[in-house]
Design a protein around this ligand. Structure first.
Ligand code: FEO
Length: 461
């Protein structure tokens, strides 16, 4: 495939892969892109995943003959691109491998090279002239590993962008760019918004006509659109005014509440609404949508005095990627000690500018009229921003936990011994909250009968 008269595509499509990077579903496969620049000196941009070494080398030889390229440029050492470097240097021992110091250190971690292997180390801002083409190297640490650099070819105005502007999906599949590029970006590079912003700032000084990423299609007509989305994603601004409801449900009661909220929101005219059952959906898609939309509702059960595992994973994914600047609603369920709202807020405490909508809806097993009314109230609150606050929600939570402690079936003797104090310990088995400041070593949970080591310290609010 020709990119220009002198730049050719030499990448591969992977339709055998089950999970990209060991975790991402890629129903339409994956592309590992590599490019060949033909000039007085020839250069290959990056290698491919090790499962496709033969296909890649055969493709290169088909274009070059047995004479190897003059240069192999390595922009990123993750094995989906770097997996065939050693085989390449075995086939073309006279080719000079060009990369930076950090990348060469990683190369030696991954492979054993013979003595005298030809290398050229470049620094940020260095150039390499191929004849008519000049490669200008621009370091882009943490987009997505620390050794990453991108390369601007100034004669044809081509940016080789490493993982940047990549997407899931093989290149022989036709599908819209935005969805799979967003899922790819949020999942893989989402944590590094500041670094992407820095790269965009540098790239804005360049006249770019073509973007050649290491995954997904080459971009030319759609560059403005892609850059605009990258700017939005990397600055954590919501793309869509609307609501995502993410729920887990064990016996269907929490699901019923989540679906009722969706009905109420639709009845109020909310059309931009997506719902995810986190136990059954693609988590990466749910995470990407949480970043796409302006409002997120968590609906989940309390589980082992914590939250249901799929919800826990989801919240961790959000927090790790710097979730911020969104409106948040919570529906929690717990038959004897609902604790999910507190847990979610605690897990999100590093996330900036979250506005918690009120009320937090607490179900104690199944929905009754009182909870239905609260859900209607929550729907109204979600659609009328500006009325919630983290502090107020937290205060509500504390009250709920205190009520939980009071309503627990605690033997009278135990209650009497404990002086009024802050709530600090929670039984991991049943959710019982010990009301004292210091948990006695010989304490036994009055409900689950587990010993003191079953209790964990809960953070003071
Ligand atoms: Fe496509 Fe970070 O590797």
């Amino acid at each position: 495939m020709k990119i220009t008269d002198t730049i050719q595509y030499v990448g591969v499509n992977d339709h055998q892969i089950d999970l990209f990077e060991g975790q991402y579903h890629v129903p339409n496969g994956m592309a590992y892109n590599s490019y060949l620049i033909l000039d007085e000196k020839t250069a290959v941009m990056d290698s491919v995943d090790a499962h496709f070494t033969s296909e890649w080398l055969s493709g290169l030889e088909g274009k070059l003959g047995k004479k190897g390229p003059d240069y192999l440029i390595i922009q990123h050492m993750e094995p989906d691109h770097a997996g065939s470097i050693r085989a390449f240097t075995g086939r073309f021992p006279d080719t000079i491998v060009v990369s930076n110091q950090k990348a060469f250190a990683m190369m030696d971690q991954f492979f054993d090279f013979p003595d005298g292997q030809k290398r050229q180390t470049v620094k940020n801002g260095d150039s390499l002239c191929l004849g008519k083409h000049t490669l200008n190297f621009l370091f882009a640490p943490m987009v997505h590993w620390p050794e990453v650099m991108v390369t601007y070819e100034s004669s044809e105005k081509v940016l080789f962008s490493a993982d940047g502007f990549g997407k899931f999906g093989a290149n022989d599949i036709s599908e819209p760019w935005d969805e799979e590029a967003r899922r790819y970006y949020i999942g893989i590079v989402g944590k590094y918004g500041a670094q992407v912003q820095r790269l965009l700032k540098e790239a804005s000084k360049l006249d770019i006509q073509i973007i050649c990423p290491l995954h997904g299609p080459v971009l030319s007509d759609a560059i403005g659109h892609a850059v605009s989305l990258y700017d939005q994603w990397s600055s954590y601004r919501p793309e869509t005014e609307g609501i995502v409801i993410a729920y887990t449900s064990v016996y269907g009661h929490t699901q019923e509440a989540a679906l009722l909220l969706a009905d109420e929101l639709r009845a109020c005219g909310c059309e931009a609404l997506e719902i995810f059952d986190l136990a059954r959906c693609d988590q990466a898609e749910a995470v990407a949508k949480a970043f796409q939309y302006s409002t997120l509702v968590f609906a989940t059960t309390t589980y082992n005095a914590d939250i249901f595992p799929f919800m826990r994973d989801f919240v961790i994914h959000l927090e790790e990627r710097g979730f911020c600047g969104r409106r948040v609603g919570i529906i929690e369920n717990g038959s004897w000690a609902p604790n999910a709202a507190r847990t979610i807020k605690e897990m999100l405490k590093s996330c900036k500018n979250l506005e918690f909508a009120e009320p937090v809806v607490t179900l104690r097993s199944a929905m009754k009229d009182a909870e239905r009314a609260k859900i209607r109230e929550l729907a109204s609150s979600l659609l009328n921003p500006g009325k919630g606050s983290a502090e107020e929600s937290e205060a509500l939570d504390t009250k709920a936990v205190e009520e939980t402690a009071k309503s627990s079936s605690v033997p009278a003797a135990s209650q009497k011994e404990d002086k009024p104090a802050k709530l600090r310990y929670v039984c991991s088995f049943c959710g019982y909250v010990y009301p004292g400041e210091e948990l006695p070593a010989d304490y036994v949970c009055p409900i689950s009968k587990h010993k003191a080591d079953a209790f964990r310290l809960i953070p003071e609010s």
